[in-house]
Design a protein around this ligand. Structure first.
Ligand code: ATP
Ligand code: MG
Length: 455
């Protein structure tokens, strides 16, 4: 009974949404496949499902470019093959109409992908109701306004596939190296990286924030799992409009117990070089299309202390005082002079967050490191964490925070504390760097910035 009702309803919905069939033969005789697989089926009758990309009719023949998630194929529709009625309906279709096409695969060296499809039947799943708003020579405003449509473009679908692959490679690498993935909350009550950049959330009758980093929660998890990571969004109320800042970005964060600062640098180097090498080997052709110059990073990465960096900058005519944080201009100069990527280490404690471990040999600097590339600047920030209760308490007070807000975090130093280190990697920054994208906004499907919160 339930099934019967479902079928009747489905039929009614189909009628309402205007689905109609334009075919001669039965649809279930052909082999269903993706466009990228067509070359394997020359001479066979196949069925593809896709969207109309381009249409060009010359007399009684129409050439359609159909795209699916795997590629584009040219479909040749002849009036005498599909019949006049179908041909006329098809000729009125607007771009992005969704279609099911059956036909025979033919070899054609001139066609994209080396094959074309001779249509025998054509079913419109849903015709586009209006002219597609995205055409050639898009203005940037249109791209952001119609982001939900722009991600259908060839370029965005290529970027999104690469993004998906890169995140998988990171995950697999970490899991193969004994790490557990831990999920942290997005709604939190205290800052990790400074209160000014936090989004406030009305949380029932309390005030809460969107998380800037999951580091503290990962630190908590090392006492259970020892080696942990998470890959989830961090939120920064960045007021600067730069090519490298999003308000919501995907943050790969790693934390490990019994790992000191030098071990951390080696670990970061290993992970990043191995992951990028695998990514490059898997997708060399696509990466080269975006960034012909790109070469996978080699180990060991260059290292320079903050103090040496200040000297280097002064010698190159930059007026910078020891104790001031490095900005984009400084990072650019260092990466350009030394080559990239480069670790800048041992920052003055006043420019780093309170949880960084002071260097026992020189407590005016902390055991922290940023990994710098150009033009995306810092792609990772990390270091050894303070593991002593009293020292952490003092640093929280010295930094002007209320220890009560951090009492659970302080607890971690009360019950069997261990030396530990970790870092956070800006996923979109790394992807945008590898692909040499003009802005980090292209490295994420739906960017969030100070000016973009829709769609
Ligand atoms: P920056 O100085 O470049 O703004 P940060 O010092 O605020 O970065 P961290 O707090 O150390 O950054 O965050 C860890 C990593 O997250 C950074 O190394 C960077 O790759 C990435 N990241 C930080 N802020 C953003 C952002 N607004 N958009 C995208 N990625 C970011
Ligand atoms: Mg930083």
């Amino acid at each position: 009974m339930f099934l019967l009702v479902s079928f009747i309803l489905l039929g009614a919905v189909r009628k309402m949404t205007g689905q109609y069939k334009m075919e001669k033969g039965a649809i279930n005789e052909a082999l269903e496949c993706k466009i990228s697989e067509l070359e394997k089926f020359i001479g066979r009758r196949v069925r593809i499902r896709g969207w109309l990309y381009v249409k060009n009719t010359v007399g009684k023949i129409s050439f359609l470019r159909i795209r699916d998630s795997s590629g584009i194929v040219q479909v040749v529709v002849k009036k005498d093959k599909v019949g006049e009625e179908i041909f006329e309906k098809m000729d009125k279709l607007k771009r992005e109409s969704s279609l099911i096409i059956e036909g025979v695969v033919k070899k054609d060296e001139r066609a994209p992908g080396g094959v074309e499809l001779g249509a025998e039947s054509l079913t419109v799943q849903s015709p586009s109701l209006e002219d597609y708003p995205l055409r050639k020579n898009l203005s940037p405003n249109l791209v952001w306004k119609y982001r939900h449509l722009f991600i259908r473009s060839r370029i965005m679908s290529m970027i999104l596939k690469l993004r998906s692959s890169l995140s998988n490679i990171f995950r697999n690498w970490l899991i193969e190296h004994g790490f557990f993935e831990v999920d942290a909350p997005s709604i939190v009550t205290a800052a990790t990286e400074g209160g000014a950049k936090m989004f406030e959330v009305k949380y029932f009758d309390k005030k809460a924030f969107l998380t800037q980093s999951s580091q503290f929660y990962l630190e908590g998890a090392i006492f259970s799992l020892e080696k942990v990571f998470c890959f989830q969004p961090s939120f920064r109320a960045e007021e600067s409009k730069t090519r490298r800042h999003l308000s919501e970005y995907w943050h790969l964060e790693v934390e490990a117990s019994n790992m000191d600062f030098q071990q951390l640098l080696h670990f970061e180097e290993d992970m990043i070089t191995s992951v990028i090498r695998e990514f490059y080997d898997k997708h060399k052709d696509e990466i080269k299309r975006f960034n012909p110059e790109f070469k996978p990073f080699e180990k060991p990465f260059k290292r320079i202390t903050y103090t040496q960096a200040v000297e280097l900058l002064k010698n190159n005519g930059v007026a910078i005082e020891w104790g001031k944080d490095l900005g984009v201009r400084e990072e650019k100069m260092i990466a350009t002079i030394l080559g990239q990527p480069v670790f800048i280490t041992h920052y003055p404690r006043q420019v780093r967050a309170f949880y960084h471990m002071p260097d026992p040999e020189n407590p005016s600097v902390v055991l922290s490191a940023d990994l710098i590339v150009w033009p995306y600047g810092e792609i990772t920030g990390g270091g050894q964490r303070i593991d002593d209760y009293k020292m952490l308490l003092e640093r929280i007070i010295e930094s002007g925070y209320n220890p009560d807000d951090y009492s659970w975090y302080l607890d971690l130093r009360k019950y069997g504390s261990v030396p530990h280190s970790g870092f956070g990697l800006g996923f979109e920054r790394l992807l945008a760097h590898i692909l040499n994208l003009p802005s980090i906004k292209y490295a994420i499907p739906y960017p969030r910035t100070q000016t973009i919160v829709y769609p």
